[in-house]
Structures are given as structure tokens and as C-alpha cells.
Write a protein that binds this ligand. Structure first.
Ligand code: HEC
Ligand code: HEC
Length: 403
């Protein structure tokens, strides 16, 4: 009688369904699920907070999404005449038909574009997208063995993998509130371009600015990262037991509202005293990492910029689900492999590792990896004196995550 009253008094904080869902560790057949199957059948981690601790990025950088995509391919068996080779291009059409064109003799190996039919024998998700999420875990025991063989050579097709670094979630509610027109204007000023989605909307979330709203991202994250089915986004399927629809949804519409609302209320980093910002402007960082976007102190234009080929990676990858969300509609922009959204630098002092795949351990490494449209700026950074460079880095280190 007294105990529940006491407990209610102690936990003065009101129940927050959204927070609970963000922290919840899902298991297969979870009792929290409404009519779904809980965690999986394939997933990367069991909770949002596993990849977004304190709303920030994963500190060890060891939890990541691995995507798989096909690159071109190996050599065909061409007639081996001494002193004679071919420059040949091969094409497969969508039915798996094959055509070859032989041009002048050269020493270049033949390049072949794999057919969708061949690719989807490796992973059914390739039917709908050039890249797929290769999930770390699966509930079915066979998944593990299958997964270990996906990346690598399959006859003449090579599947390569790449990583995606979890983005920090500070202030994402503010990012959601920025008018698209402000992003369009920022893109014109910085010489980048907005990510125009098939729906016509301006994308703003994700490393490729591939998602337009916080709501869409949260719902997709649950379905893709954890195999938690949500209204509006099917959970990822097991590629070796494909298209097995779960009995119902894991999250209700009310759960989704609460989760989106919680994530949208994660605090934004405070604007700090901008000591050393002069160097940031002087070497041209502020062109893309705009200190303010529609009064939000973001240090980003939320637009896409062409970086070096070294940073290139497939522009669209998809979760393999029972109703593919990314099916080729033919509309929207094609984002080049080397194009990336300027990441916001607020909180950057606390969000290592850096860059889309987390390859940079320090801010200095991240800056030195800039190329393409940012190469002039990166060159000027390298030409700064030791003390000027220290001043710029000290400025970045003053951009701390919210406490
Ligand atoms: C396995 C790790 C993992 C899990 C689990 C995970 N995320 Fe993420 N999250 C990522 C990665 C990686 C990205 C960047 C993806 C990209 O852009 O390609 C990301 C990006 C985001 C973004 C976009 C932020 C921005 O500024 O662009 C939001 C919002 C988000 N996640 C919310 C969530 C929520 C809510 C959950 C739980 C339902 C969740 N995530 C679960 C790894 C994860
Ligand atoms: C042409 C636009 C552009 C310019 C100029 C530019 N950047 Fe970037 N910056 C980007 C893009 C795009 C990325 C993401 C690249 C990737 O992930 O592969 C990035 C990434 C970063 C990151 C990593 C952030 C994270 O969360 O991973 C830091 C730090 C950074 N830039 C700092 C700077 C500094 C300092 C300068 C000036 C020397 C600068 N940038 C100039 C576009 C630009």
C-alpha cells in the first residue's frame, strides 16, 4: 500500500515512453512488441542507445552499419592469342541477357556489369538497390555462415563492403525545424546542391542527406537497424529466408510518436565562445560548415558536396524488406558516390571518430582527408603555421556536446 506510493514519489520524473523505447534492449519475441516478432530477424544492435549513447555517436566506433555493394568485375575468359588482348565492354540487361562489344586491341582487362539476376542470387536486396545493408546479426543460426561469405568474389562479381559511422543525435529536432528554403539558399551560396528526394522533398538527415524528416529517419532506423517493424516501414528481411512477413507491428503509431518526440527533444550543443573562428573563416571552412543555418548554430549547409574519390561510396543502399522503400522510381537526384552532406560541427569535440565511415580518429585527420570541392580549403589548412592550425583545432574543440 505504502510502497507504490513511495516509489511514485521517488520517481518524480513523469514516465517517458519515448525515452524508454530509445533505451529499450530488444530481444526476439520481445514482450514489448505489439504483434510483431521483436528484434530481428536481422539487426545491427538491440537498442537505439547502443549506437547513439548520450545521443552522441558511438564512442568506440565499433558499432557500425556495413553496406555491401557490387563493384565492377574481374576478367572474362577471352581467347588468349599471343600479343593480342581486347578492350571489351559487356552489358547484362535486366533479364540477364548478355551483349558484348569489342573495340580496339588493348591491354586493359575487360569490365563487365553484373546482371541484377546474378546479383540478387548473392543477396536478394540487390534487386532494388545498388547497395544493401549487410546486417551484423541474424536470429536464424544459418545467417552467420551465410554472412561471412557475402563480401568478396563471386565468380566475376566482386562485392565490397563499407561502413557507416553513427551520427550524433544532438539537436536533431532543431535540424528538423529548418525550412527547406533555407537549405536551398545555403546550397546556392556554398556551391553544393540539395539532396532532392523522389518525393520532391529536400533530404537533410543521414550522411547522404537521404532522408527528409526526423520522423522518417527514426521509423526507418528502428526497422533497419533493429528489425523492429513500424507503421510505414517494414523490418529488414533475412536474405536467406526472404519475404517472411512478421505477424504484425512491433511498434504502434503511438510508440513511434513518443520515440520521435523524445529524439527531437535531445538537447542541442550550446554555441560556445568562438575563439579561433577567424582561422576557420580564413581557410574557407565556413563556406560549407556555415556557422548558422536559419538561426541554428549548426556549422553546416546540410547540402551535398563532391569530396575526393578516396571518400567515395555507393550513394544509395537499402534495407532488404518485404516492401522495398527505395525501389527505383526514376525520380529524385542521383547522388554521386563521392558526394556527402556537410556534417554539422556542433558538438564535434565529442563525436569522434569522424567522416562517413569513421576512418578519421582525430579532427586533424578529418580535415586532411578533405578533397574535391574542399581541396583548396584543405590545402590552406596544411599551409597554416603550426600555431594557426592549433588555434583552428582549439576552436573545433570548443564545439562541445551538451552535458
Ligand atoms: C547499429 C547502429 C544503429 C542503431 C541501433 C541505430 N542507429 Fe541511428 N544511425 C546509425 C548510423 C550508422 C547512422 C548514419 C546512417 C547514414 O546516414 O547512412 C544513423 C543515423 C541516425 C539519425 C540521423 C541523424 C542525422 O543528423 O542525420 C537518426 C535521427 C537516428 N539515427 C536515430 C536512431 C533511432 C531513433 C534509433 C533507434 C530506433 C537508431 N537510430 C538506431 C546507427 C544506428
Ligand atoms: C566543400 C565543402 C567543405 C569544406 C570547404 C570543408 N568541409 Fe569539412 N566536411 C565536408 C563534408 C562533405 C564532410 C563529410 C565527408 C565524409 O564524411 O566523407 C566534411 C567533414 C568534416 C569533418 C568531420 C565531421 C564529422 O562529424 O565526421 C570535420 C571535423 C570537418 N569537415 C572540418 C572542416 C574544416 C576545419 C574545414 C576547413 C579547413 C572544412 N571542414 C572544410 C565539407 C566541407
Amino acid at each position: 500500500m505504502l510502497l507504490p506510493l513511495l516509489l511514485a514519489l521517488i520517481s518524480a520524473e513523469p514516465a517517458d515512453l519515448g525515452r524508454d523505447l530509445f533505451m529499450h534492449e530488444w530481444v526476439p519475441g520481445d514482450s514489448r512488441s505489439h504483434a510483431g516478432d521483436g528484434l530481428g530477424p536481422v539487426y545491427n544492435a538491440a537498442s537505439c542507445v547502443a549506437c547513439h549513447p548520450r545521443g552522441g555517436a558511438s564512442p568506440e566506433g565499433d558499432i557500425e552499419i556495413i553496406t555491401a555493394s557490387s563493384v565492377s568485375t574481374g576478367n572474362m575468359n577471352l581467347p588468349n592469342l599471343p600479343g593480342f588482348s581486347y578492350d571489351a565492354s559487356f552489358d547484362y540487361d535486366s533479364q540477364g541477357g548478355f551483349s558484348a562489344q569489342f573495340r580496339r586491341p588493348t591491354t586493359r582487362p575487360a569490365v563487365l556489369s553484373p546482371s541484377i539476376a546474378d546479383l540478387s542470387r548473392i543477396h536478394p536486396g540487390f534487386r532494388d538497390a545498388p547497395g544493401v545493408v549487410l546486417h551484423r546479426y541474424g536470429n536464424a543460426p544459418a545467417y552467420r555462415g551465410w554472412r561471412s561469405g557475402v563480401v568478396g568474389q563471386h565468380g566475376s562479381i566482386v562485392i565490397r563492403s563499407s561502413r557507416r559511422n553513427p551520427t550524433p543525435l544532438f539537436g536533431v529536432g532543431l535540424i528538423d525545424s529548418i525550412p527547406s528554403s533555407a537549405i536551398e539558399e545555403a546550397a546556392r551560396e556554398s556551391g553544393g546542391h540539395v539532396s532532392r528526394l523522389p518525393s520532391g522533398k529536400v533530404g537533410r538527415f543521414g550522411w547522404k542527406a537521404q532522408v527528409a524528416s526526423l520522423r522518417d529517419f527514426v521509423i526507418q532506423a528502428a526497422a533497419v537497424e533493429m528489425g523492429i517493424s513500424t507503421p510505414g516501414h517494414p523490418q529488414s528481411s533475412d536474405p536467406i529466408a526472404p519475404r517472411q512477413d512478421p505477424p504484425g507491428l512491433d511498434l504502434s503509431a503511438e510508440d513511434c510518436d513518443a520515440l520521435v518526440s523524445f529524439v527531437g527533444r535531445l538537447p542541442a550543443p550550446l554555441a560556445s565562445s568562438p575563439r579561433g573562428i577567424a582561422q576557420f573563416h580564413a581557410v574557407g571552412c565556413a563556406r560549407c560548415h556555415r556557422p548558422f543555418l536559419a538561426n541554428v548554430g549548426l556549422y553546416s549547409d546540410l547540402s551535398l558536396h563532391r569530396m575526393s574519390g578516396e571518400l567515395s561510396d555507393t550513394s544509395s543502399y537499402a534495407a532488404f524488406g518485404s516492401a522495398p522503400p527505395f525501389s527505383a522510381s526514376g525520380r529524385g537526384d542521383v547522388v554521386a558516390d563521392e558526394e556527402w552532406r556537410t556534417p554539422p560541427l556542433w558538438g564535434v569535440a565529442d563525436s569522434a571518430p569522424y567522416m562517413h565511415d569513421g576512418r578519421a580518429g582525430s579532427l586533424d585527420d578529418a580535415i586532411r582527408l578533405h578533397g574535391g570541392e574542399a581541396s583548396a580549403s584543405a590545402r590552406r589548412y596544411r599551409q597554416l603555421s603550426e600555431s594557426q592550425r592549433a588555434e583552428l583545432l582549439a576552436f573545433l574543440m570548443s564545439l562541445e556536446a551538451p552535458k
